[in-house]
Design a protein. Sequence first.
Length: 262
Amino acid sequence: MAVGLRIDVDSIADARSLPLVTQILEEIGLKATFFISVGPDKSGRNLPKYMWKPLKEKSLAVKRYGIRNLLLGLTPLPPRIEDINMKFIIKKGHEVGLHGYDHYEWIKRLQYMDWKEIKLRINKGIDIFRKMFGFSPRSFASPGFYITEEYFKALEVFRFNYASDVIGANPHYPMLSDRKFRTLQLPVTIKSIFELRQCGKSDKEILRMFKEKKDNYATFYFHPSYEALFERDILNKILELDLDFITLGEIARDWIEDSPNI
Ligand SMILES: [Zn+2]
């Protein structure tokens, strides 16, 4: 079974772990789709959210973002993710897409933005992405899996090959208020190990989720700064399963070829 392999670069900690994650993929011989958030790293502003959470969740967050990056993100001028290590992704032949401009602000404010404002934010991300990679992004993933009807309206303008904005089941063209949108959605079907750990899942249970997957479509995602550093053993076990891990771009191409009239 083919499984889409998606890796989200949300923060400076993620960008710094890119050489490690590309090395892991190279050792197993896999290509993935990396979604890059190209603006400021405000991950530290998530700290208050963890204040009242159990200690286990707090320590998971510190592991994922790194204490130094969390504190930097709290400053009035948080550092930009910029192009730290981005060359590793392209050099190793992986696919790249845009994961927004300001990850934190998007999650906080998307519900209040109209399609024009959303379009401006996406364009801001496209400009920086183009400077980083020398070409425009051909796919988009909404930060935090946040979506609104206005967002889908804005997305139509860009004619991305596909978007990956939701946790769900199968590829589809979203239908809202009797309007069918023309950007193909490739949902994430298996959450990150970070999120599965938050739900208390063991290695055995996580592996079972992959082994028992029988649908024609699946996509798994993770973040370099957590899974590649702290869950290396289980990550390797997943990536070495007898599954055909491919990029989301390949899934989109195959899906459009197989269902041209949907
Ligand atoms: Zn993200």
